[in-house]
Write a protein that binds this ligand. Structure first.
Ligand code: ADP
Ligand code: MG
Length: 606
């Protein structure tokens, strides 16, 4: 019987290896940017066409390569960074496996132009599917330029597996951000289809973080600093009130390399325990400096998972350093999680400075008088209109109401610090605003008003918005929100859908200025709505099909957060309308709208 084992030809071995290192265009960007940094570049340009499908170009002003190295670099295990096995335990470079270029060359058309300072002419190489197609002298600046075209041209399965341009570019941006955050002293640009997304000048870390998060971020950062024998820790955490529902702003770096680590991430979460709302994630940018001998970067082909020799100690160091920071900078928010509120602002808004009413209030609105029922010619169901849905009327009365309500609020605040029993009474009425109680065959039915409203608004909006644009309500004074680059472009990407829903805005660099909103939104719910939408579209990788659902869901969730006043006929109508929704038991995000208290359960209580 003949032997069964055969060695794979190089091009197949490279393709298989490529699958590990290069999963998508973003992987190419990461590997090439890292190479540029290893080559000592301090200006690195990343130029992308069609989310990397058509072109990924990385231009650096680093050391360049000799004509020989320019050919050799495409070989597997070709690296200038590791010479002996010992080097592996004292890595100071990003790359060392010598796999990236061989992998890219196996699955794309690559051209390279490179020149060292000491060479008069540069070298230009073209490689297609591992084969060198041309190799000649050329005129080019010092440094290296790689062009990667037709990625996965010979691996259709991979090519078909790529997501929409939007999703793929988000991955690229993510890798880019991780690298630039690790190297604030280097200059970078990123452009996509000739639009410059980032233009980052060298500077201090704080500036770099702010460049990524948006101008408003400066005030949100609190420095962390801890020097120990095991590890040095520096960086920033975001104040607790800026925690998010998604993990978007969580960054760990070790020796200037981004990495993921659930265990150490847990240390940060633990330090924030009790300070951020349940299910929210604190933001952090933490930089560990540690003796390279004490970590193993080699555990994963993309090097984003790292083994630490002393991870338990590092865990404790992170935990205590952040706790100290939060104490020292006195950023413990005076939030009371027990407090029952029918108007649940996201935590990100709760600690924002109080905005003076004359700046933010829109006289077209009567935010506190939701039973107006005026101007319900919008075609919305009557009961929904009675809830303020689609109303457009304005009157001077609204202003008067506004001031009288404001007084009332002040009075209430006085009340709270008075006798306990009065405070108790106030709480009871809140409970009444929050739930509707009605009888049903098996007992009592409790309906969460806010969630029910969310469901109704969602159904109305979604059905209408498919056939017609939603009516919009102009704001006399625009609502502003600071946005990061990522949020900025995510918002612009959805502009068609957002316009259709009734949003109008102006985008100025890092400020989103909203001038009109879907008429279902009350003034007070607009900031929450923008937060929710951005949360959905900017931080998660979503598929196109879901976007309408997610955006409408956010609008509905925000709309639900207004104050509801339901009594008598309005309550009956409300319940009727709720049951007219095909999915009346759950909110669009799957939360329970109602609970029954059966007769048995009730009897057991007596
Ligand atoms: P590694 O980075 O693990 O060494 P790569 O396949 O990424 O492996 O790169 C192979 C080699 O090519 C590097 O070790 C380096 O010598 C050279 N190289 C790659 N990119 C550049 C660049 N932008 N400038 C100079 N040299 C480079
Ligand atoms: Mg490399």
């Amino acid at each position: 019987m003949s032997d069964l084992i055969r060695l794979l030809p190089d091009h197949i071995a490279n393709q298989i290896a490529a699958g590990e290192v290069i999963q998508r265009p973003a992987s190419v960007v990461k590997e090439m940017m890292e190479n540029a940094i290893d080559a000592g570049a301090d200006k690195i340009h990343v130029i992308i066409k069609d989310a990397g499908r058509t072109l990924i170009r990385i231009v650096d002003n680093g050391n360049g390569m000799s004509p020989n190295d320019a050919v050799l670099c495409f070989d597997r295990h070709a690296t200038s960074k590791v010479r002996t096995a010992d080097d592996l335990f004292a890595l100071t470079t990003k790359g060392f496996r010598g796999e990236a270029l061989a992998s890219v060359a196996a699955i794309a058309h690559v051209s390279l132009q490179t020149r060292r300072e000491e060479d008069e002419t540069g070298r230009s190489i073209v490689v297609e599917g591992t084969k060198i197609k041309s190799n000649e002298a050329c005129v080019c600046p010092i440094g290296t330029t790689f062009d990667v075209k037709n990625l996965f041209f010979n691996v259709p399965a991979r090519r078909n597996f790529l997501k929409s341009d939007n999703v793929e570019f988000n991955h690229i941006r993510e890798e880019f951000e991780r690298i630039v955050l690790a190297h604030p002293t280097l200059g970078f640009t990123l452009s996509h289809n000739d639009v410059e997304t980032y233009h980052l000048t060298p500077g201090i870390l704080r500036k770099r973080i702010v460049d990524i998060l948006g101008k408003g971020a400066n005030d949100r950062l609190v420095p962390v600093e801890e020097k120990t024998d095991i590890v040095n820790l520096t960086g920033y955490v975001l104040k607790p009130e800026f925690s998010r529902k998604t993990r978007g702003e969580q960054y760990l770096f070790v020796n200037d390399r981004y990495f993921r680590d659930n265990y150490l991430g847990h240390a940060v979460n633990k330090a924030f325990e009790g300070l951020v709302a349940p299910k929210n994630f604190p933001g952090y940018f933490l930089y560990l400096t540690i003796d390279p001998k004490k970590i193993d970067v080699n555990v994963h082909p993309t090097k984003t998972e790292i083994k630490f020799e002393e991870d338990k100690h590092i865990y404790m160091i992170i935990l205590s350093a952040i706790k100290q920071t939060l104490g020292k900078y006195n950023v413990m928010p005076s939030l009371d999680f027990e407090q029952e509120t029918s108007f649940e602002l996201p935590y990100s808004m709760k600690n924002q400075p109080v905005v003076e009413p004359e700046i933010k209030v829109n006289p077209m609105y009567n935010p506190f008088h939701s039973n107006s029922g005026k101007g319900s010619s919008s075609g919305f169901t009557k009961a929904v209109s009675a809830q303020g849905f689609g109303k457009t009327a304005a009157s001077t009365q609204d202003w008067e109401n506004f001031y009288s309500i404001e007084d009332e609020v002040k009075d209430k605040q006085g009340l709270l610090i008075e006798a306990e029993d009065e405070a108790y009474a106030a709480k009871e009425s809140l409970i009444k605003d929050k739930f509707l109680i009605t009888t049903c065959r098996s007992g009592l039915l409790l309906i969460d008003i806010q969630r029910a409203f969310e469901r109704m608004v969602y159904d109305e909006l979604f059905n209408r918005f498919i056939s017609n644009p939603i009516e919009s309500q102009s704001l006399l004074f625009p609502v502003e929100r600071n946005v990061s680059k990522q949020e900025h472009s995510a918002w612009e990407e959805q502009q068609q859908m957002l316009h259709r829903l009734g949003f109008q805005w102006e985008m100025k660099d890092d400020t989103l200025q909203i001038s009109a909103v879907p008429s279902v939104l009350e003034q007070e719910t607009i900031p929450a709505c923008v937060d929710l939408i951005l949360e959905e579209i900017a931080f998660k990788t979503i598929d196109k099909g879901d976007i309408a659902h997610l955006i409408v869901r956010s609008v509905a969730a925000a709309a639900g957060r207004k104050k509801h006043q339901l009594s008598g006929a309005a309550a009956d109508q409300f319940i009727e309308l709720l049951f007219a929704c095909p999915e009346h038991a759950l909110t669009p995000s799957g939360k329970k709208i109602m609970q029954t208290l059966t007769l048995d359960e009730i009897s057991n209580r007596f």
